[in-house]
Design a protein around this ligand. Structure first.
Ligand SMILES: Cc1ncc(COP(=O)(O)O)c(C=O)c1O
Length: 368
């Protein structure tokens, strides 16, 4: 079993941190938090950052101190971690349908302010019964499919019908609508991305309008992501933005020219140099996700990351340009931050190249 003496003491320089290690550059991360917070200071819409990216209550607190109105999360288990840490307004941007989870959801709603996404009538009835049994109430948002074709009702009329039902069922507090424009976020051309995001938001805000015309109050219209934070975030009628990755960024979002900088990297060590043109590092699929492709290697010219297996990364060396020694450290920028963080127990938090803190990834694996 691991004990605290396995961990390096605070003040340890980066070069002495055991690898593979997930590093946070605190100054860069703080600048990302501040930049996003300052944008929303002057907007009618407010920021409710997505917990799925960092899964750390320490970071959720920092985002709230900077002005966020609460947290978004994907899973009930994540919401429980947030509630345990004292976060008092939590949006679960996902459907909770199985009976055991419904009673956990109701228990959570008894303790703190919870809002949950719903896209089926039967789910509204299930949640209503669960909260009645627990003796509490819960907020609900109707999820609308704004073009991503994941969850969500397909039309404004279907959303109105669910909103109407939510208002009639005991224990439910209908708060509004949500619609994640995930199909627009990787568009590299900012003007095109804006147009696509605005098209998606016209459907979401139009849905809110239809519900209001039927005499039902709509307080929350929730959407948004890191690449659309100032597009969706500026769209009239949108009230909350669920951006997550901006806090750390990754190589995929980093290539899009967004006003945030990569604050997270994976520190690895060269464990073998079997030939002049090959070196092997102690980092592979179990510490870096590859759903968005291989990570970006930060290394001298002539070194290329070519392949991952479970615990190995294979580097190709141009012997004319580059040499690596066993024991030498290299850094990699994850291609997808959210799926990489979920592979780790803790962050090694650096300021000025020295270890300032170790934060647990408390929401790691809390996918139930
Ligand atoms: C429901 C939902 N909201 C918001 C986001 C935005 O996240 P990011 O800022 O990481 O793009 C996501 C990303 O997967 C999501 O699934």
């Amino acid at each position: 079993m691991e004990t605290s003496w396995n961990l390096p003491p605070l003040g340890t320089p980066k070069s002495h941190i055991p690898t593979p290690a997930l590093l946070v550059d605190l100054e860069v991360m703080e600048a990302n938090i501040a930049r996003m917070a300052s944008y929303f200071q002057n907007q009618p819409a407010k920021l409710r950052p997505h917990f799925k990216t960092h899964k750390s209550p320490v970071l959720a607190q920092k985002q709230i101190q900077a002005g966020a109105i609460g947290m978004t999360c994907a899973k009930l288990g994540e919401a429980e971690v947030l509630a345990e840490a004292g976060i008092s307004s939590i949006l679960i941007a996902n459907q909770i349908v199985d009976p055991l989870k419904l009673s956990r959801l109701a228990e959570l709603a008894r303790q703190t302010q919870v809002i949950v996404a719903v896209d089926q009538a039967e789910n509204l009835r299930q949640i209503s019964r669960a909260v009645l049994q627990a003796g509490c109430t819960i907020g609900v948002l109707i999820e609308v499919d704004v073009g991503m074709h994941r969850c969500g009702v397909p039309t404004a009329e279907a959303a109105l019908s669910l909103a109407d039902l939510a208002c009639k069922l005991p224990g439910l507090n209908f708060l509004g609508v949500m619609g994640y424009e995930g199909h627009t976020v990787f568009e590299a051309d900012a003007a095109q991305r804006k147009q696509n995001a605005e098209f998606a938001m016209s459907a979401l805000v139009g849905t809110a309008e239809l519900i209001r015309k039927a005499g039902i109050e709509v307080e929350i219209v929730s959407a948004g992501s890191t690449p659309t934070f100032n597009q969706t975030g500026a769209y009239p009628g949108v009230t909350e933005i669920q951006a997550g990755s901006y806090i750390f960024m990754d190589s995929k979002y980093g290539a899009m020219g967004l006003p945030f900088t990569c604050a997270l990297s994976l520190l690895a060590t060269v464990i073998s140099v079997p030939s002049r043109d090959r070196a092997i590092i102690d980092a592979g699929l179990k510490v870096l996700s590859t759903d968005n492709g291989l990570p970006e290697l930060v290394a001298p010219a002539g070194v290329r990351l070519v392949r991952f297996s479970e615990e190995h990364g294979k580097l190709e060396l141009d012997p004319e340009q580059a040499q690596l020694q066993v024991g030498q450290q290299v850094e990699l920028i994850p291609s997808h931050v959210c799926t990489t963080v979920n592979l780790h127990d803790r962050y090694y938090v650096l300021r000025g190249g020295n270890l300032e803190a170790i934060w647990p990834v408390a929401g790691r694996g809390r996918s139930q």
